[in-house]
Structure formats: C-alpha cells, structure tokens
Design a protein. Structure first.
Length: 291
C-alpha cells in the first residue's frame, strides 16, 4: 500500500510539472512569433542601409571618418582595448542556448587577448553576467532591463558610449556575440565585428547620383546609424533564438513527462491489480477454511 501511495504521489507531481512545461511551451511559442516578426522587419532596413552606404563610400572618404578607419594592432602601437558585447537571456530553461553563447564569448576573449587586447565585457542578460562574474571577470557595463522586447533606443544606449570611445581612439575593436536566427531549429551563436567597420561593397558600377547634401555629410549621419542597427539586429535575433530554444526545450520536457507518466501509470495499475488479486485469493482461502 505504501508503495502504491508513493507511485500516486510521483504521478501527481509529474503531472503538475507537465502542465507547467506545456504552459511554458505555449508562452514561448507566442513570444517566438512576435520575435520572428521583429527579425523579419529589421532585415530589409539593414540591407537598404548597407546598400546606400556602399553607394556613398569612396576611397578618398575612408580616412575622413573614424568609423571607417582601420586602427593598427596593439603590437603596432594601436589601441590595446577591445569591447566584447555578450547577449544572453535573463532566464534559463532554454536548453544549451546560453551555454553556447558563453562558449563563443570565451573563445573570442581568448583570441582577442592573444592579439594583445585588454578585453572589456559588456553583459546583456543575467546568465552571461553571472557566469563571467563566477570566473572573476569584471564588466564595463551590465544590462538586465532589455528583456524580450528590444528597441532601437536600447541598442543606442548600449552602443553610443562605445562609439565615442572608438572615435576617440580608446578602443581598437568592438565585437558582438549573438545568435544568428536562421530558423526555429537553427540559431547558432556567432561573433559580429561591429568596429572597425568594413565598408559595404556594391558589385558592378555605382549609380551616378546627384547628391544633396554631399556624400560626406550623408555618411556622417548614416555610419553611426548603421552601427546601432547592427546592435539592434543582434538583440532581436538573439531574442528570437532564445524563444525558439525555450520552446524546443519545453516541448521535449513535456513529451518526456508524458512518457514517464505512461510508464508510472502502467506500473501503478499492475501493482493495484496484483493487490486486488491477492485480496480476492485471501477471501476465497478464508471462506474455504470456514466450510
């Protein structure tokens, strides 16, 4: 009897867990749809911006803008500080999503330090911040307020202090560790080199535009916008990847809980049936003894 009660307790507990994971799966599915919409909306704008800059950049303009200049390496006397922005989630229960991003960040830190840079970390999301704090690393800045609805203002607030330091020659490299959202089942971590900016190239002959104001004035406004948009795309793609990973993890947990429930119920029913059979046998034996 005691064993049957223990089984009933496990069945009830796993059933409650299954309800929770199923609910989390549905919530992640809902959030994933909105996150995918933001990713899809951001891509045409980024591509149009890239094409306009490619049309405007000329070799004689490259040295006129700090964001287009290629700083020397630390070994050659260039800036010895590099900024690495790591985007993770504030919450877990998303499979290997955060672990993969952290692994990519550790790889990039090792590469940058091998090139002679002192790496300054900018953490977005509690999971990445918590991991590197455990390793004893300090952060230039931390953000846990962006959540799963990033905006252009969030991207601007993260990137503008770094842009100012890069333009002043204090930073030699700015990189972004994010997820690259390809599909619900494919969103690998990746590193994006934000600065120094590689001027976008446009194949074929450039159109002969008549521009007003002149290209330099347009580039002065568009280059920071291009960099901020790179940050914004990193945020929205990583949020979409997080929701896809959480949906998959919670679906797997729900399916596993269902399989375990079936096994426990079969075990409970067999035990219950054996107990009833034994009770019937005892009754028949007692009745026979009284005759």
């Amino acid at each position: 009897m005691a064993k049957s009660r223990a089984l009933k307790g496990r069945i009830r507990s796993i059933g409650n867990t299954r309800k929770i994971t199923r609910t989390m799966e549905l919530v992640a599915t809902s959030k994933l749809k909105r996150a995918q919409d933001r990713v899809i909306a951001a891509r045409p704008y980024a591509e149009a911006l890239r094409e306009v800059i490619a049309d405007l950049v000329t070799p004689d303009l490259v040295n006129s803008f700090p964001l287009l200049r290629q700083p020397a390496s630390p070994a050659d006397g260039g800036p010895d500080r590099a900024a690495l922005i790591l985007i993770t989630s504030n919450r877990g229960l998303a499979g290997g999503f955060n672990a993969n991003l952290i692994k990519e960040a550790r790889r990039r830190i090792a590469v940058l330090e091998g090139e002679g840079y002192q790496v300054e970390l900018i953490g977005i999301g509690r999971k990445g911040v918590g991991f590197f704090r455990y390793l004893g690393r300090t952060f230039r800045s931390e953000r846990a307020d962006i959540g799963d609805r990033p905006t252009a203002e969030h991207a601007t607030s993260v990137m503008d202090p770094l842009l100012a330091d890069y333009a002043a020659g204090k930073l030699g490299v700015i990189e972004l560790v994010q997820s690259h959202f390809v599909s619900v089942l494919n969103a690998p971590p990746m590193t994006v080199r934000v600065l120094p900016l590689r001027p976008p190239t446009q194949g074929g002959l450039k159109p002969d535009y008549i521009l007003s104001p002149e290209p330099g004035a347009l580039l002065e406004a568009l280059l920071p916008l291009y960099v901020r948009n790179t940050m914004y795309r990193g945020l929205v793609e990583t949020v979409a990847a997080e929701q896809a990973a959480r949906r998959t993890a919670m679906k797997n947990a729900t399916d596993n809980a269902g399989d375990l429930l079936e096994k426990l119920k079969r075990t409970y029913n067999r035990q219950r049936q054996a107990q009833i059979t034994q009770e019937i046998a005892e009754l028949v034996g007692g009745a026979a003894a009284l005759e």
